[in-house]
Design a protein around this ligand. Sequence first.
Ligand SMILES: Cc1cc2nc3c(=O)[nH]c(=O)nc-3n(C[C@H](O)[C@H](O)[C@H](O)COP(=O)(O)OP(=O)(O)OC[C@H]3O[C@@H](n4cnc5c(N)ncnc54)[C@H](O)[C@@H]3O)c2cc1C
Length: 417
Amino acid sequence: MRFSGLRILKEGLTGNKGWGAHWRDPAPKPEYDAIIIGGGGHGLSTAYYLAKNHGLTNIAVLEKGYIGGGNVGRNTTIVRANYFLNGNSEFYSHSLKLWEGLEEDLNYNVMHSQRGLINLFHSDGQRDAFVRRGNSMVNQGDDAILLDREGVRKHLPYLDFDNVRFPVYGGLLHPRGGTARHDAVAWGFARGADMRGVDIIQNCEVTGIDIENGAVTGVQTSRGAIKTKKIGMTVAGRSGQVAAMAGLRLPIESHVLQAFVTEGLKPVIDHVISFGMGHFYISQSDKGGLVFGGDLDFYASYAQRGNLPMKEHVMEAGMTLMPMIGEAKVLRSWGGIMDMTPDGSPIIDKSPVEGLFINAGWCYGGFKAVPGSGSVFSHLIATGNHHSEATGFRLDRFRTGTGLIDEEGTGSQHNLH
Ligand SMILES: Cc1cc2nc3c(=O)[nH]c(=O)nc-3n(C[C@H](O)[C@H](O)[C@H](O)COP(=O)(O)OP(=O)(O)OC[C@H]3O[C@@H](n4cnc5c(N)ncnc54)[C@H](O)[C@@H]3O)c2cc1C
């Protein structure tokens, strides 16, 4: 079943009776060439690119809940490539290029909208840091434009530019940054992988990893044992728990991160904006809701909900930057489990157990990485070699201290940054 304008017209005229299920609902087979644990964005894109780029189709994605129920359907949908450091810079640039062709590739509308992202700065020091970041982005081949105060005002006239504590000095505009509809990304990859023969098995929790002589031989699941010689682990906030099934202790802490959406409003915010002096960023969804968030709740947790102090902090920051937001009613808030690494950058690597590959540590920025991560992780699983755009995400950097990619300077104490 392919989507096209003609097909939509035909279905619209015939009562929409011709649409089928977007993916099958297969029972697990006794054995696969490879198993992906976790049907979030990273697991589904890995399966998709394994099938598409490497011809590996006897594979299964095992998801303990339902597709899109994890962070991939809980994030604030920002897609960007405005990283500063080598290691991250080339990887996110690679990922953004894949985003730009994703809808054609998947034949699926993921509502990718390059509406531009503006990081605001509020001091001379911050401006210098953003100048350096912008230069790094341009050197990488991406786009960045430094806006002065009047330049920002043209785009975002509703900000409180003269706030006594945090006046707006300017902003770094990343025109190719923007948003995408998060759960459509999961569905699009699921459909694309399924069409190539991948079994997507929902309600199938992995409860154990079978290892013999230091190599993977299969998994135990809530739907029985399944044999395989290759496992890709893409379980985001549950990375520590699943790795422990193979006797590994990862350098990851799971923290809760909240997000918020208001009632639907007429179009008012047509960029993604981040405040430079408080934990607050915002965009407007196509349904009209103002989607915004802030920082971690600052305690380790597996709960997919947060607490009131961070809600208050985020709302205060929003009111400081754009007082008009006080007129909007908050409709919902929710949380997701973030897999925080000590340097804030991810891990895409082999593990000490033969056949077990790790994709984890996306912290609060892994949605934009979904296509890039799937493409480089599938390369690693299929060939045994690191993809050229993801050579820095090695697990041993946390043991040796060499090659840390500390983009945000958060260090290992996420409650202290
Ligand atoms: C509030 C919030 C805002 C965010 N905003 C952004 C943003 O604007 N931009 C951005 O780039 N990133 C953002 N992120 C981060 C991003 O969502 C995550 O980094 C990314 O989605 C994680 O990868 P995933 O999609 O594979 O995770 P998930 O969707 O969580 O997938 C992991 C899956 O593994 C499954 N699983 C776990 N254990 C098992 C098991 N034992 N057996 C089988 N399945 C299992 C889970 O059920 C889950 O479905 C945000 C996150 C949150 C919570």
